[in-house]
Design a protein around this ligand. Structure first.
Ligand code: HEM
Length: 233
């Protein structure tokens, strides 16, 4: 999908659309869902019904983000933040480039991929978990008892601790960047960043939003289908 340039070489700084609306909605829905998942897991009892529903919502969100990483706005595409180890070393040595400030910088990109992978592992292990009391994931019937036990153990211990660590680092990084004058949170709300040098903008118009809506519906349908597998036999 083509990207539009909305930057002017004459204005300083350059206001550039970085995060398209679908990416922003994905992010804030994901953050709210993960917090609600932790709360409902700690509450237990009937709140676990909500935990299961929210788990499927996060599954739909992750499927959507995987698709959007292929066809979304320029700075949301995986290709724009798939950095080489050399680029990571360069960034860590302080040799930054103007494009580092546009989308996810090399270090931020690493944390995004780690967070998406750990979230996916947490959701998949949840689908394979069984508390042996009242709740069992829809995919438990397809694997051995040993696999269910391993998935349940990962979901309730390592998986959740890894997730807390990554979210904690995510928030800490945002505070550090804020102290250095980089307003990353504002950009995740408005979509725009103020950049010193012009960069191509992410396309974020009615057509791309319609495409995102279609992909969101497909993702929701896929998550719903997986949920139904639990009672299909
Ligand atoms: C459970 C809580 C959270 C999770 C799981 C989470 C997850 C993520 C993920 C996956 C991304 C990558 C977005 C993408 O490219 O699709 C991201 C980016 C971002 N998140 Fe969060 N987030 C959480 C909470 C927050 C909170 C509370 C804030 C603000 C106070 C925040 C601010 C941001 C910002 C500013 C970025 C863009 C960072 C950059 O410019 O590279 N997040 N987050």
């Amino acid at each position: 999908m083509a990207d539009t340039k909305i930057t002017s070489p004459h204005s300083q700084p350059h206001c550039v659309r970085i995060w398209d609306l679908p990416t922003r909605l994905f992010h804030w829905l994901l953050a709210a869902s993960v917090i609600a998942l932790v709360v409902t897991a700690k509450m237990g009892g009937n709140a676990m019904n909500w935990h299961l529903q929210l788990g499927h919502l996060v599954l739909a969100l992750l499927i959507f983000r995987l698709l959007w990483g292929l066809v979304g706005g320029r700075w949301s595409r995986f290709a724009s933040f798939l950095h080489s180890p050399a680029a990571m070393l360069r960034y860590l040595r302080g040799q930054t480039r103007s494009s580092d400030d546009a989308g996810h910088n090399p270090l931020g990109a690493l944390s995004v991929f780690a967070m998406l992978a750990v979230l996916l592992a947490q959701v998949v292990s949840g689908l394979l978990s069984d508390d042996e009391i009242a709740f069992s994931g829809p995919l438990t019937r397809f694997v051995s008892g040993d696999s269910v036990a391993q998935a349940t153990s990962y979901h309730a211990s390592w998986g959740q601790y890894l997730l807390y660590t990554l979210v904690g680092l995510h928030l800490l990084a945002l505070v550090v960047y804020a102290l250095r004058g980089k307003r990353l949170v504002a950009a995740m709300i408005t979509g725009d960043k103020q950049l010193q040098q012009a960069q191509p903008a992410s396309r974020d118009d009615a057509r791309t939003r319609l495409l995102a809506l279609v992909l969101a519906l497909v993702s929701g349908a896929a998550a719903w289908w997986i949920q139904q597998l639990g009672g299909a036999f």
